[in-house]
Ligand binder design. Structure first.
Ligand code: 6GU
Length: 229
């Protein structure tokens, strides 16, 4: 099946992606043909008889390094499937993934996501077979799988037709570099806590003004770094 946005994920743990890709909006969008996800098991490209994918670091030290042969085999196979898609490595050493990068990637003809594992990836693979390295934040994960799923979610929800209501993309946080305003739904009073009166007033200008103010105040308090820019 050819869709407008093919994604190929390269991983040592293909089963990790079974459930998140079936679930919720992501699963529905795949069923509707808005994008498709292929998962390659890097171990299938191992070249020795034990299917070894990691080895000791030259120079010594703790941990294991992902061997080049299986990774490059998997990357070449992905390239044949998706010749124009950028090859991305998920690694804590990558540039910080944000909404701007999500929008850039949504404009590509598809993406190849390589999940790093262990203490790292042989440097020659990064230098010669990878186009871009991304990190999802300043903390350490056991591998790139969770990060790859974050990228899939953030990018695919920007694809045409994936969200029913395209206004919810245009309207949201990080487009105008402020946090979303507070939201309320029924009941009007819940265990003694009331919805702000202005939201029940039906006065659209006043509601807009309240939301802008609420958004600005929370951004100042929680994320002053967003206002500095
Ligand atoms: Cl992409 N990988 C790992 N292992 N840890 C991370 C990360 C990626 N992004 C933040 N921490």
């Amino acid at each position: 099946m050819d869709t407008p946005f093919p994604i190929q994920i390269l991983t040592l743990f293909p089963e990790f992606f079974d459930s998140p890709l079936k679930t919720s909006l992501t699963g529905k969008a795949i069923d509707r043909g808005h994008f498709e996800v292929g998962v390659s098991d890097i171990r299938d490209f191992a070249t020795d008889k034990h299917n070894k994918c990691d080895d000791l670091p030259y120079g010594g030290g703790a941990g294991m390094v992902m061997k080049p042969e299986p990774l490059v085999g998997a990357l070449e196979d992905a390239r044949e499937k998706l010749p124009k898609a950028p090859r991305i490595l998920l690694t804590p050493q990558g540039e910080p993934f944000d909404q701007t990068i999500a929008r850039q990637l949504a404009d590509e003809p598809g993406i190849i996501l390589t999940c790093g594992r262990y203490e790292g990836v042989d440097e020659r693979v990064r230098q010669h077979w990878i186009d871009r390295e991304l990190s999802i934040g300043d903390y350490v994960l056991t591998g790139g799988e969770v990060a790859a799923m974050v990228v899939v979610d953030a990018v695919t929800r920007l694809l045409p037709g994936v969200l029913g209501n395209q206004n919810s993309v245009a309207d949201e946080s990080f487009c105008d570099d402020t946090l979303e305003y507070a939201q309320y739904t029924r009941p009007r009073s819940f265990r003694g806590h009331d919805v702000p009166d202005v939201l029940l007033s039906g006065h659209h200008e006043k509601i807009e003004q309240w939301r802008r103010e609420n958004s600005r105040r929370r951004t100042e308090k929680r994320r002053p770094d967003l206002l500095d820019e």
